[in-house]
Design a binder for this molecule. Sequence first.
Ligand code: SAH
Length: 429
Amino acid sequence: MFLTPLCQLSFLGNGVPGVFAKSPDNHPMKSLRLKPGKEKSLLRRHPWVFDGAIASGGSGVSGCAEAGETVRIDSSGGQFLAWAAFSLQSKIRARVWSFNEAQRIDATFIGAACARAILARSFFNIQSDGLRLIHGESDGLPGLVVDRYGDTLVAQFSSCGSERFKAVIVDALLKQTGLTRLYERSDASVRSLEGLPEATGWLAGSGNTEVILTEHDWKLSLDIASGHKTGFYLDQRDSRHKFSQYTRRMGFKRVLNCYSYTGGFTVAALAGGAAHVTSIDSSGPAIDRAIANVALNGFDANRTTMRDADVNAALRQYVKDGATFDAIVLDPPKFAPTTYHAERAARAYKDINRLALTLLEPGGALFTYSCSGGISADLFHKIVAGAGLDAGVDAYITERMGGAPDHPMTVTFPEGEYLKGLVLVKKLV
Ligand code: SAH
């Protein structure tokens, strides 16, 4: 990966070397000038400035911005485009805070952005006391994720800009929610791309890191310190509900939950009346938590089989054994983080979907997902269609699913659409 060395970037002050531009209230502000023609995406309000878009070298170097420092982004002609947080290492060299030249990026601005995001959650129908309060770029706060689990907040700072404003953000979140417990889970691998070390632990309050959520009609326990992401997959909330409804309405008896994590879909199926649910995950701690979650909801463990195993191998074995299921969930981890990985990932998705469609009873339902940013909804549809053809199976596509609404997509940030799903009902023969 080639990155322009920091001190060769054009930090221009009014186009004059050695002089910083002045912000509207007369504060010194470094500016970054783009190459000719590279202003288009910012003019369309997309919030990222890539390394390759920035003019480099030359006599215009007037200083170096620090990690997360707010810089002014100018077009090649010197026209103001945005205020953005500078990153020292990432290919995404700046992430936009505001497109308004008169805006000052300070504690008041950050606090107001947090308040708007939290208030916007009242637009959405969220049947749980676990929800995402801030979803990064989609909420105007690049590189910041904040989840609420009951009385506990969990925050992930994954950009230099959000890291720089950490204390301000923590203060704003506690004030605006009235909560006293906030745990940091800044251990996502993307932080290393920004040159930031991992950071985890309590930023406010202390105590037990285990939390019990009430989602729809069931309870789910999780550990905010050791669980995946901030502890749980809140984005699949609506899909778990739908799966429970399908199970009840269609009378599914034998269910297979692949990539089951802590058993969210397992509990949903049991609540929907499934006679037996087999759950497969390759993480031992996740399986242990799934067992605990089944007990937490008062379901008999005899209605479940918990398998610490590789899904692909397990599916192949089921096909060999001639096994069948009434309903199957396929919710794998991210096979393609970017489009660069799309081709290999497409083969992997096709393979598991082909196996699952083979194992499905006629009239049975497959809930299948991709959370890969590198696989579009359209491509995912084509992959699943290809899997059906290979399996010699036709199916009705009865639902197109996405992430729960507290993980919003926006008009200007298509990358916000990372999770997509299809519900297929296998045709009768
Ligand atoms: N459906 C879950 C979330 C699934 S996350 C929910 O609603 O909460 C994806 C899961 O896949 C993780 O728990 C991870 O441990 C598991 N996993 C990753 N690779 C796997 C593999 N090859 N076989 C089985 N499980 C795998």
